[in-house]
Design a protein around this ligand. Sequence first.
Ligand code: FAD
Length: 414
Amino acid sequence: NNHHEVVIVGAGAGGLAVAASLLKRQPGLNIAVVDPSMEHSYQPGWTLVGGGVFKREQTRRPMASVVPSKVKHYQQAVVAFQPDLHTIEMDCGEHLHYGVLVVAPGLKLNWDAIPGLQETLGKNGVASNYAWDYAPYTWQNVQQLKKGKAIFTQPPMPIKCAGAPQKAMYLACSEWLSKGVLPDIEVEFCNAGGVLFGVADYVPALESYIKKYGIDLNLGQNLVAVDGENKIATFETVSEQGEKVRVEKEFDMLHVCPPQGPLDVIKDSPLSDDAGWFDVHPDTLQHKQYKDVFGLGDGTNTPNAKTAAAVRAQAPVVAENVLSVLVNQPPRAIYDGYGSCPLTVERGKIVLAEFAYGGKIKPSFPKWFIDGTQPSYLAWLLKEKSLPWVYWQGMLKGHEWLVTPTISSKPPRQ
Ligand code: FAD
């Protein structure tokens, strides 16, 4: 039987958190997830793999061990959506029919958009924490480099975990500082954006680390090509005369955050907005046109930080609203835009950015315990010791600690 009360596309952070939250509320619900992957990754751990704190094996588990046993897993990619027929199509050619559809396939990492990058990733000093395969190579480079030039790049927004490109850089600098080699290494941060971090409250603390490590901060510089063999990175920037110019820079180590965008399967579907992102209401996460369709995670067009922390707050909202729609009620649970970015400014210290829509600060802890705007050892302990456990044992099991959704007394604005 190809009908399920709820079909979930993607068994990443968002898909599995929603499945668990739904089962917590209604254990008998008939749920299917569709995801071609054999493994499930805890991507927030990759920063610590690149920083030499975690082994990459700690960040990945077999998919079969994390999909709830009551949920049917189709190990397939979704290739098309037919929302008028309430069906999706999988790459085996089969269709699934749903009562409600939840879409959480994440976003696309556009490695190919930078000529030369794909060929040289994992060698010639070119690393990236944005892939399980290459995060260990970041740490290998950091350990090997004793002098020369290290460049860290950040593409235009939106990207997942906007702080991750600079987290990789601070952890590298922290290691070089403790080894006494930092004075012999020229560190550059080439950020396509115009600010160091999108929420102003956290910028002073980050700037103090830019100064401490002697980092050359280049805003408005976008990586456009890599020549791995000759170790040259090319950046596009705008000159003082307002013209687009290209600048070539030699490097010994290059840490790349790839450009990111919507997945083709979403972009080419009737469910996307003009830019290709999954088109949902920012409050209820219900699709703007199709009432029996919801979306969460990195692939949606909601203006929150694309993080697992955001997914943790979104999942109970989607679960509540899916159950309402299944009994023909309007959605009432509201997502406030919460997201978080633990910025690893040095080994053992984190600036814990937590904020909601509009950049409104939303700390989970009292200031005397963790002041998010200041580097904190307790926040580091949280990231290293607690958050992986909160992810595997809490979020993926339907425990909604500190993220109880707000239920509006009347249907929210649509
Ligand atoms: P994913 O978790 O990426 O899952 C998407 C799933 O969909 C995958 O399993 C994929 O196989 C599947 N899929 C793709 N296409 C299809 C298809 N066509 N059909 C079916 N299934 C499909 N977040 C934080 O909160 N804190 C952090 O410190 C943090 N640090 C990060 C550091 C790095 C280096 C990276 C890369 C990410 C970091 N994140 C962090 C972000 C976090 O990992 C993501 O925001 C989160 O995983 C998003 O969940 P998602 O379900 O939208 O996507």
